[in-house]
Ligand binder design. Sequence first.
Ligand SMILES: [Zn+2]
Ligand SMILES: [Zn+2]
Length: 369
Amino acid sequence: MELQIDPYEPCPCGSDKKYKFCCYQKAREEMHKNREELSHSDDRLNHMAQQRWGEADFEVCFGFDKEKCKPLIKGAHSIQNNRVLNRISKDGHLYHIGSKLTKSGPYPILKKISRNKASKFFGFCDYHDTEIFKPIELKDYSQEPIENYLFAFRSLTLEYHRKIRVLNQLRDNFKSFPSATLDPMSVNFYRTALLDFEDYSKDYNSFKKDYLERNFNGLRTVYRKLDFEIGFATSSAFTVQYDYKGKQINDIYFDKSVDKMPSIYVNVYPIESGTNIIISYLVEDESVYKDYFDQLESLTNEELVSHLNFLIIEYTENVFFSPELVEAMTEKEEDSLLRSFASSLDILEKFKLELEQNYFKFNLFHNSI
Ligand SMILES: [Zn+2]
Ligand SMILES: [Zn+2]
C-alpha cells in the first residue's frame, strides 16, 4: 500500500480539495515548528483519542426510500431491546467490553451498561427503524429469507456506521494535525479505513438492490437452534481470516488487491428455552465463503459453539453479557476473555496467553442459566 499521500489525490482531511492545495503546505510548516509543542503525554493522547471518537459519531438513516425518513434520528438498537436484551439483563443492566485508559493505552474491562443504551447506534430514523425491521420485531424467527436478510442487514449497517466513524475520526485528526499526513503509520491507518469503508459501501449497495427488488434470496444462511438459553447476545459483521480447519480465507492485513474483503453476518441470541444462531454471507461472495459454510454446516452443535466462542470475541465488540454469565465466570476465565479480546490486535498478548495456556479459555455458551 502507498504510504504517502499523492499531491493530487483528495486531501485525507476530507475537505474535497487536492492534498497539494490543502494540508500539504500546513504539514510542511508544522514540521518546522518546535517538536516540543507537538509532543503530548500518553494520557493526554489517550484522552484526545477518546474525545475524537465521541466527536466522530454522526447520525444517518440507512433506510432506502429517503423521502419517507422522519427528521428525528434516534439511537437504533442493533440487538433487539424487547426481544433479546431484556432477556439477558438484570434490573435493566447488562455487561459489555468497555475500556479503561491506562498509561500504556486503553485496556479492556467488563463494564455495566443500561439495557436502553446497549448496542445503540445512530443508523436509522424512527420510521425506518420501525418499518424495515417489523418482520423480525413482531414475530419469532422462522427461517424465512426476509428474516435472514434483516438480521444480516442490521449487522451490516452497524459495522458500516462504525467504519464511517473511524474514517471521520482520522479525517478530524488530519485536520487538527496536518503533519500526520506525512507520517506513514497514520497514512496506513487512513488507507485501511478507506478500503474498509469502500468494502462496506459495496455490501450496503448489494443489500439495497436486493431490498428494492424484494429479492431476499441473496444470502446463504446457516441456522442452528440450541435447546438452552445462553447468557449473551451479539449482532455483528466481519471478515473471517481462517476457516474451521485453519486454512486462510482472507488475508485482511496484506492483500489489498482484491476487489472487496467480504463479510459474514453473525447473530446469536437467546429465546424462550433456546438459542438462535444465524450466520449468513452474500451469495456474490460464494467463491470466498462456500467451503467455509459447508464446514460450518457439517459441525456438531458443540463444535459450532466452540468455533463461535472464538469468532465472537476475536472479531466483534457488539456483544452483551448477562450479569449471571459474568458473575459465574472465574477470575481466570474473565482474564482470559478480556485478554483474548485484546489479543486480536496485539500479537504479543496472544503469545503470552498461549504460553500461560489461557488463550480463549472461557465458554460464553456455558449452560448455567
Ligand atoms: Zn486537507
Ligand atoms: Zn429513515
